[in-house]
Design a protein around this ligand. Structure first.
Ligand code: GDP
Ligand code: IMO
Ligand code: MG
Length: 429
């Protein structure tokens, strides 16, 4: 039976989605990115070689598997072309393996400028965006003035849309943000060159996926960011500008919800967050530093140090509910190998009362005090282990407790960044 799986981040992003999508691609025929843009940084390590994908789906290292950049993604063509060039230089790019939706919106130079200028203006209240123009590109999509990948195929349409946008954007950039504007020729020629480079990949990808479903192909939907960064269900306004939750897989790729067989959430064995916004189980000082160094917690896109903290089971239960998770993948268990004690946040205390549901309001969440359950560390290496029952007893107990607290079965445990560093508890296909 064909299987169509949605993979989403269950935390604030960087859960290890890239690694897990790469290993699951072995069983899939097609991998689809359905939202976000090059704010994402998905790391895949194969035979010690590291790849970071920002736009190309993390299945691209498997020849013959088709990777689709779906309708809901925002595409910076310059970044995409650079990513293709890196793969070409290594001799592992097969043009027929990459499709880009004609409906995916383009990130334009003015989007990046607006993103950075707005953040500067927000000062202390900044969101801590990646500065890649993601928010402004999605704003234009919703305002119905965006320019799509398909528009690159018609010089006339592209020029007319660019001209109309620049009239408004230049006024705003110059008079409100006190920035320099753009001349049409600065962007037009550059984008026509990008268009020529990616034109062979531009398609009606929703139709392609529908045909593939009819042929009973296995499709993997690769989420970017994480549940708590979702525009509707995350810790607004400290979120990204797309629907990162499982529901986004349908709208962002043009297939119906009845075609999805299962939704799998990825979570680290602890928690991290990049950028601003509330993070109840956040650690400070030496404890945070230890997790950061042990886990290599520096942004794959911006290089920023990630904020680190204990596993938050309240947030995980929320992710289970919002995504309808059927299974859970726990990554980076090995990062906890040397700790004497490990904590899990099982509840929040807010104004004296115990909350057991997640609060998305930044004003409430930032005042929530975590309630912790403490675990003795296993203090033994887990990296080479390939079977669950070979894990140290305390590590098994920790995973079982996460399973219990979330109410969802753990299907994979990851104990290292490499493809092989995985304990498969359940075959998902
Ligand atoms: P993504 O955005 O969800 O794909 O995650 P990132 O690639 O941004 O961050 C995850 C980081 O953890 C990357 O550097 C991975 O190579 C690394 N990683 C993934 N799984 C594991 C694991 O089980 N153990 C360790 N030590 N590192 C891991
Ligand atoms: P992956 O797919 C972690 C965060 C930014 C910022 C907020 C808004 O690698 O998990 P944006 O540039 O999207 O407007 O920034 O969202 N953010 C991420 N954090 N992982 C990501 O992607 C992220 N993409 C955006 O740090 O707080
Ligand atoms: Mg990442």
């Amino acid at each position: 039976m064909a299987k169509n799986l949605v993979i989403v981040g269950a935390q604030w992003g960087d859960e290890g989605k890239g690694k897990i999508v790469d290993i699951l691609t072995e069983h899939a025929d097609i991998v689809v990115r359905f939202q976000g843009g090059n704010n994402a940084g998905h790391t895949v390590i194969v035979d010690g070689e590291k790849f970071i994908f920002h736009l190309i789906p993390s299945g691209i290292l498997h020849p013959g598997k088709v990777c689709v950049i779906g309708d809901g993604v925002v595409v910076d063509p310059e970044v995409l072309i650079k990513e293709i060039d890196v793969l070409k230089a290594k001799g592992i790019f097969r043009p027929e393996d990459l499709l880009i939706s004609k409906n995916a919106h383009l990130i334009m130079p003015y989007h990046k400028k607006l993103d950075v200028a707005r953040e500067r203006l927000r000062g202390e209240n900044k969101i801590g965006t990646t500065g890649r123009g993601i928010g402004p590109a999605y704003e234009d999509k919703v305002a119905r003035c965006g320019i799509k990948c398909g528009d690159l195929l018609s010089e006339e349409d592209f020029r007319a849309k660019l001209k109309a946008n620049l009239m408004e954007k230049n006024h705003y950039l110059k008079n409100v943000l006190h920035e320099e504007g753009f001349e049409i020729h600065q962007i037009y020629h550059k984008y026509m060159t990008f268009g020529a480079a990616i034109a062979p990949h531009i398609r009606n990808t929703s139709k392609f996926l529908s045909d593939a479903l009819n042929l009973k192909r296995n499709i993997l939907f690769e989420g970017a960011q994480g549940t708590l960064l979702d525009i509707d269900h995350g810790t607004y306004p400290f979120v990204t500008s797309s629907n990162t939750v499982a529901g986004g897989a349908c709208t962002g790729s043009g297939i119906g919800p009845s075609k999805i067989d299962a939704v799998i959430g990825i979570s680290k064995a602890y928690a991290t967050r990049v950028g601003e916004g509330p993070f109840p189980s956040e650690l400070q000082g030496a404890e945070a530093e230890r997790l950061r160094e042990q886990g290599g917690e520096y942004g794959a896109t911006t290089g920023r140090p990630r904020r680190c903290g204990w596993f938050d089971a309240v947030a995980l239960r929320y992710a289970v509910r919002i995504n309808g998770l059927d299974g859970l993948v726990i990554t980076k268990l090995d990062v906890l190998d040397t700790l004497d004690t490990i904590k899990i946040c099982t509840g929040y205390r807010y104004k004296g009362a115990l909350l057991d549901d997640f609060a998305t309001e930044a004003s409430v969440l930032s005042k929530c005090e975590p309630v912790y359950e403490e675990f003795e560390g296993w203090k033994a290496p887990t990296n080479g282990i390939r079977k669950f029952d070979k894990l140290p007893a305390q590590a098994q107990k920790y995973i079982k407790r996460l399973e219990e607290l979330s109410g969802v079965e753990v299907v994979i445990v990851s104990v290292g960044a490499g493809r092989e560093d995985s304990i498969i508890l359940k075959n998902l296909f």
